[in-house]
Ligand binder design. Structure first.
Ligand code: AMP
Length: 177
């Protein structure tokens, strides 16, 4: 069995001093490791569906690294994918949520027709750090009347306690640190 941990490289002091950046490029650069990741994510989706008793209808992910894992998982499951983007990138009518960073604010956007009211959405990203990005993504889906049935990550940095920002939503992760 492949240990996915072996394919996540830690880069010290990137992008700023004090940050230990989890670099997933070795993982996606290795075919068997990438496939094993999508297979394990898919197994977690089955778990989420069993726990909620409901099928997932859509996957939504924030750019940039969410776009690496969300679309192959959606294709594997045969469900649609909705991109969540930085401001002014999406061409059609869109909705926005801004959230606080350590310094300043950030904004995420989604097309208003990306999610229909009542649709069951799974949010997917590579790393759960402080949870600020995912909390904003959850708010976007909820603004459009969608239901977030869970948040799925390759890796959770537990010491940052991002789960607290996602209170009330089940969290699924393959690796923890
Ligand atoms: P968060 O603090 O949870 O809002 O993290 C925001 C985004 O930054 C996530 O989409 C992660 O991809 C990325 N990120 C945050 N911290 C790290 C880290 N230590 N290594 C790699 N990516 C990170």
């Amino acid at each position: 069995m492949i240990d996915l941990r072996d394919y996540v490289r830690e880069i010290a002091d990137f992008p700023k001093p004090g940050i230990r950046f989890k670099d997933i490029t070795p993982l996606i650069g290795n075919g068997p490791a990438f496939r094993a990741t999508i297979d394990r994510m898919s197994a977690l989706v089955s778990e989420a569906e069993l726990a909620s008793g409901q099928k997932i209808e859509l996957i939504a992910s924030p750019e940039a690294r969410g776009f690496i894992f969300g679309p192959p998982l959606a294709a594997h499951l045969g469900v649609g994918f909705v991109p969540i983007r930085k401001p002014n990138k999406l061409p059609a009518a869109r909705t926005s949520v801004s959230y606080a960073l350590e310094y300043g604010t950030d904004t995420v956007e989604m097309h208003t027709d990306g999610v229909d009211p009542g649709q069951r959405v799974l949010l997917v990203d590579d790393v759960l750090a402080t949870g600020g990005t995912m909390a904003a993504c959850r708010e976007l889906v909820e603004q459009l009347g969608g239901t977030v049935v869970g948040c799925l990550f390759l890796m959770e940095l537990t010491f940052l306690e991002g789960r607290g920002r996602l209170d009330g939503t089940p969290i699924y992760t393959i690796l923890e640190e």
